[in-house]
Structures are given as C-alpha cells and as structure tokens.
Design a protein. Structure first.
Length: 238
C-alpha cells in the first residue's frame, strides 16, 4: 500500500506532528483501545432500535459554515467507505450546520507532496494501515488520531478489527479530530472500545466538541436513549 508507506515516512520525518495541539489542550495523539478480541464486548450483539437523534432546526442566522475536508484512503473497500461515511453523516447531523465535514476520496497513489499539501490546507486524511505502521505502536489501539486544529491523520489499524464496528470507531475518532478528548466515565468518548457503548454520539461527546469548536451546545443534536441520561452510564466502571 503506497499510501501507508508514504504516511509512515511522514511520521518518521516528523511532518505528521507539525499541527498545533488540540483546542482543549488534550494530547495530539489519542487511541480508541479494544479489549481482547474474544471478550464479550468485541462480538456481542447490541440493539440500537431504542436510540435516536434529536432533530433541532438549523438556525437561520448561522452565518458561514466551517467546512472540514476529510480525505479517505482508497485502500478502504466500498463497504468500509460506507461505514466511514455513516460516521461522518451522523456527526454532520449533530453539528447542525455550524460545522460540515466534507468527505472526499484521496487521489490514487498520492505523493508525499500531495499529502503535505493537503495537511497544510487544514484537511484530515483517514489512512488504512496495519500493525507494522509507526502509528500502531500502542498494541491495543484500533485507530489513532494525530494532529490538531490545522488538520492531521486518522490511522485505522485494519488488521486489528476482527468483528469490531468500523463506524463506531470512526465516530470516536471524528470526535477527536473535532477537539474532544477521552472521558473515562463517558459513552462514545470512553477510552476503551465497547461495541455496546459507542454506536451513536451522546450529549457528553457533543458537549466536548461544542466547547472545542466554540459552538452553542443547545443548538446541536445528540443521541438519546436508555443509559444515556446525563450522557453517562451510571453503573459503568473503569
């Protein structure tokens, strides 16, 4: 995979770490960590029918929408691209016109110059890599977001997924690229992957993004349903 090799060279040379720190002062690299592959959270079923998103009207006087370009590696297959797109569509609904994520396929076999140019433009690149990549140095990481307010990379460590849900992991990582950190008592932004605890964008995740992006929380949308009262699972422990 030529893109993976090019991205690795950017990491090694330090170009992938040039962006500013995240708005809230969280570390620039964050992981969505997974439990053992045959643990109950990895493969167990979950029911999403009880969950829904609020649907507030987009404010008429919103002004200019801030657009974030997200380039998706063509090494992802059609089904994987659809799962990534589903995560982006959910975040666009949540952001309610204040910020818009604009997904585009990355050019085939991009050069290091192309990748650097996209980074300088403030874009984010979703790259498909494997466990040999420098971004995969944390053994339990399923994905890693590296960058800040000037753009960056989301590395998806594809050979570690197994039955895990790519959409759920991307919902979490997009939260990071929008400025959210980990919440050890939270839902979507919990530091450890749990298939039953990250299938939609809860109010706690939205509140962190609203603070980072300086958006009015009351005019954004979020997921509601069982266990999401006050954006937390009250019985959950870490």
């Amino acid at each position: 995979m030529r893109l993976a090799r090019l991205v690795a060279s950017l990491v090694i040379s330090g170009l992938a770490l040039l962006a500013l720190g995240m708005v809230l002062g969280f570390a620039s690299a964050r992981a969505a960590n997974g439990p053992a592959a045959n643990g109950p959270a990895a493969n167990g079923p979950y029911d999403v029918s009880a969950y829904r998103y609020t649907d507030k009207p987009t404010p008429a006087a919103i002004g200019a929408t801030h657009v974030l370009d997200i380039y998706v590696d063509q090494d992802f297959g059609p089904d994987e691209r659809e799962r990534i797109g589903l995560a982006i569509r959910q975040w666009n609904h949540v952001l309610n016109g204040f910020v818009r994520l604009r997904p585009t396929l990355l050019p085939t076999d991009p050069s290091s110059h192309t990748l650097s140019r996209l980074r300088r433009s403030g874009a984010w690149i979703v790259a498909k890599v494997d466990s040999r990549h420098p971004a995969a140095r944390q053994p339990s990481a399923l994905a890693m977001t590296v960058g800040g307010s000037g753009g960056g990379f989301v590395y998806v460590i594809a050979d570690r997924f197994g039955m895990r849900d790519l959409t759920a992991v991307m919902l979490h990582e997009v939260g990071h690229l929008l400025g959210a950190g980990h919440d050890p008592h939270g839902h979507l932004m919990a530091p450890v992957y749990d298939r039953s605890n990250g299938h939609c964008i809860d109010r706690g995740a939205v509140a962190m993004v609203a603070a980072a992006q300086h958006l009015p929380l009351s005019q954004l949308n979020w997921c509601v349903g069982p266990g999401l009262e006050d954006a937390r699972y009250s019985a959950r422990r870490y």
